[in-house]
Design a protein around this ligand. Structure first.
Ligand code: XIL
Length: 352
């Protein structure tokens, strides 16, 4: 090897790791690489984070899909019956459109973030159906043609897969409230893809069997449904890529698109180097599973920087680790090993 090349290589081997930030800035972005692989790479976004220039920079350059973290939920959009407040959602929509990001609308039905008018009622079945229709026609109708995907129903199936979870809409309307929501969303925007979204349905289990059965039933009866979102709030080291692949496959064969919609990888204790490396390999396996499946069309993380992860919220109840670091960027927005792993795997698959 000519000496000059050996020197240049030595320079990169010794100095490149310390180039950190600028190498990151010059490298292809997740967004570029996702586009080469024909998938969306997305993040959930809280409107207030748009005030932070560093956040905005990373969001607009690294991601091509945006999910409103809370801004499209019913208690935010219709706090009083018949009175809608679209300000925050509009801000996110403007940002997404300025940055040519596709919007994953989240969500029309959820048993949390229920406005008090809905929880308290009382409504007759017909009145509740009118209120449901009005909510969906107003929200989906307002953004018609601008939101590619709607999570029509979020977490409506019970944890054990035995049936539907109890919610105010269900109390007032009955079990058909879910299919009515899909029908109204389709009426409001016939071009939007309509998704069912849930947690613990990534792999094959009783709950994902219930989702599979619901999708099959909807299709048999002509209820419009086009995809399933696997939230993927994962625990470090507990990812089952074979089960996920199998589940994606069976849903895909029904005609569904599948998306990883809320990925984060949590752990107990401090984010040591070893933990962050293991986390990177979990991210890699999730991405490989998505890229290997012909039906997986998006890979969305539930936030951008560890600094703002919902998992540090004090009111979660099920998980408490104030130093949990479940996302791709650390508290100071530096890319983590999980980010590097995604770049690597996307690069690998882009060449195929
Ligand atoms: C969470 C948000 O991240 C929090 O900010 C909010 O306080 C509660 O909701 N599954 C979902 C999301 O479908 O809508 C949830 O988002 C996280 C779990």
């Amino acid at each position: 090897m000519p000496k000059i090349f050996a020197r240049v290589m030595l320079f990169f081997i010794i100095l490149a790791p310390s180039l950190g930030a600028s190498a990151f800035e010059e490298a292809p972005t997740l967004r570029d690489l996702a586009e080469q692989n024909d998938i969306y790479i997305g993040a959930a976004v809280y409107v207030s984070h748009l005030n932070d220039p560093l956040f905005v920079d990373i969001l607009g350059s690294q991601f091509n899909m945006l999910t409103p973290e809370n801004e499209a939920k019913a208690c935010e959009l219709q706090p009083r019956l018949g009175q809608f407040d679209f300000r925050n959602f509009d801000t996110l929509m403007d940002f997404a459109e300025e940055h040519e990001m596709t919007v994953h609308g989240h969500t029309l039905l959820w048993h949390q973030c229920v406005p008090s008018w809905l929880a308290n009622g009382p409504f007759s079945r017909d009145e509740a159906i009118d209120a449901l229709r009005d909510h969906i026609m107003t929200v989906v109708g307002r953004y018609k043609g601008r939101i590619a995907i709607w999570d029509v129903a979020n977490e409506t199936i019970a944890d054990d897969g035995s049936g539907l979870r109890d919610t105010p809409w269900r109390q007032w309307i009955g079990d058909d409230y879910v299919e009515l929501a899909f029908q109204f969303a389709h009426e409001a925007d016939p071009d939007a893809l309509l998704f069912y979204n849930d947690y613990n349905i990534e792999s094959v289990n009783d709950k994902s069997d219930a989702v599979y059965a619901m999708v099959s039933d909807f299709l048999a009866r002509g209820i419009p449904i086009h995809g399933v979102g696997m939230q993927s709030h994962m625990i470090l080291g507990q990812i089952d890529p074979y089960g996920i692949a199998k589940n994606m496959q069976r849903l895909g064969e029904l005609g569904m698109q599948v998306q990883i919609t809320e990925l984060d990888v949590r752990f107990e204790g401090e984010p040591s180097d070893q933990i962050l490396r293991r986390q990177a390999s979990d991210y890699r396996r999730m991405m490989e599973t998505c890229l290997e499946s012909e039906y997986c069309t998006a890979f969305i993380t539930w936030g951008v920087s560890d600094r703002y992860t919902w998992l540090r919220g004090s009111n979660l109840g099920f998980f408490e680790n104030p130093v949990v670091a479940p996302l791709l960027f650390d508290d100071d927005y530096n890319p983590k090993p999980a980010y590097d792993a995604l770049v690597e795997v996307l690069t690998e698959y882009a060449g195929e």
